[in-house]
Design a protein around this ligand. Structure first.
Ligand SMILES: *Cc1c(COP(=O)(O)O)cnc(C)c1O
Length: 360
């Protein structure tokens, strides 16, 4: 869009939009930090930050709020403008929800393999889904459409690490540490998260340093994902060595928001283990969470086993990234898994043993 002088009416709309976002934040409660003690890991306490409990069902609720705020405060988003972004689904659901709240139209450019439940959720919010072959660069396509037609490109992958206020403002790191304050080990040994945009790991890593804590950040990554290969080689040109069925993480390339310097370790997890992890979480917590929550669970157990082997105790915090209902027709459908040659039984048996779950 050309730079045009902002009118008094434009500024009034902007103030109204910012007030609407502030009201939404005030109506929304913080997400729960669930504690789990496992007999196999004495003295080690596990905590799961339930990001599925946001109004739009995933941790992308925080990101979408930040991206809209960032676009508005940078003078890039105006009344009546169409908003667009590239997404594997969860971000688009949250962005579509915020667009509707602000009275704006929203377009999501997403891979055609995205879970049908997510596509339905986006359309139900009145947004448009542009499905592209998964080999195509959805971000480039969203950027081109925005430039050609004067849309506002929210650019989650380009802006996630800077749109979030990493010093505080109830970002996820500040929220976790406040909720840990009265626990036996308030300073976690590890905080485990996935990397999609890289925004969460960047915020956690920066905030822990800012607060002068010794806690470490571990990224739980699908085997061969670009965060893992890039973090190990220090090379930003790294690409994924294998695709993954886990949505939201395991990117094909090193995204602009992947800040390797603030991540202390990366644990790679096979898809069968991640999916079994999601199934095990349902048995453990009584609710369904998505594949990336399973990836995190498996990485937590690996870090806990290391602590136990070193004779250490302490707390490990991780994230439940999104609701499992979105994957009813994919990760939680035995026929879908069989058709793709994914066998969960060995992974699930091992996880149940570690978690002390008796097979139902
Ligand atoms: C985006 C996403 C992640 C990763 O978070 P980032 O902050 O984008 O790195 C993990 N799990 C799910 C379900 C996601 O949608």
């Amino acid at each position: 869009m050309n730079a045009v002088a902002e009118t008094a009416a434009d500024r009034r709309w902007l103030h109204g939009a910012l007030a609407t976002l502030e009201q939404e934040a005030a109506r929304s409660a913080d997400t729960h930090l669930l504690r789990v003690d496992l007999p196999a890991f004495p003295g080690i306490r596990f905590y799961f930050k339930d990001e599925a409990s946001h109004p739009t069902g995933s941790l992308k609720h925080r990101l979408a709020r930040s991206l809209f705020l960032y676009a508005l405060c940078n003078g890039r988003l105006h009344e009546g403008q169409i908003v667009i972004d590239a997404s594997s689904g969860s971000t688009a659901i949250s962005e579509a929800w915020f667009a509707r709240l602000l009275g704006l139209r929203f377009k999501a450019v997403m891979p055609d393999c995205t879970a049908p439940g997510k596509i339905r959720a986006i359309r139900a919010l009145g947004a448009e889904c542009v499905l592209v072959p998964s080999a195509m660069d959805a971000s480039a396509m969203a950027r081109e459409l925005a430039t050609a037609r004067g849309l506002c490109y929210l650019d989650q992958f380009g802006l996630a690490e800077r749109a979030t206020d990493w010093r505080g403002n109830n970002n996820i790191a500040e929220s976790i540490l406040a909720q840990m304050a009265r626990e036996p080990d308030p300073e976690p040994a590890w905080i485990v998260c996935g990397a999609g945009t890289g925004g969460t790991s960047a915020t956690l890593g920066r905030y822990l340093r800012y607060r002068r804590l010794d806690s470490r950040v571990c990224v739980a990554e699908p085997t061969g994902g670009a965060f893992a290969t890039g973090w190990r080689s220090g090379c930003r040109d790294a690409v994924a060595l294998a695709p993954t069925r886990v949505e939201g993480i395991g990117r094909r390339r090193v995204e602009p928001g992947f800040l390797f310097d603030v991540v202390d370790d990366v644990v790679e997890v096979d898809d069968a283990d991640s999916i079994a992890g999601a199934w095990a979480l349902e048995e453990l917590l009584g609710r369904r969470y998505g594949g990336s929550s399973g990836t995190n669970l498996v990485a937590c157990l690996e870090l806990a086993a290391r602590l136990r082997a070193q004779g250490r105790t302490g707390s490990i915090v991780s994230l439940l990234g999104d609701r499992g209902e979105r994957y009813a027709e994919t990760l939680f459908d035995p026929d879908w898994l069989t058709a793709r040659g994914i066998c969960l039984a060995p992974s699930l048996a091992r996880l149940r043993a570690q978690l002390g779950i008796v097979a139902p």
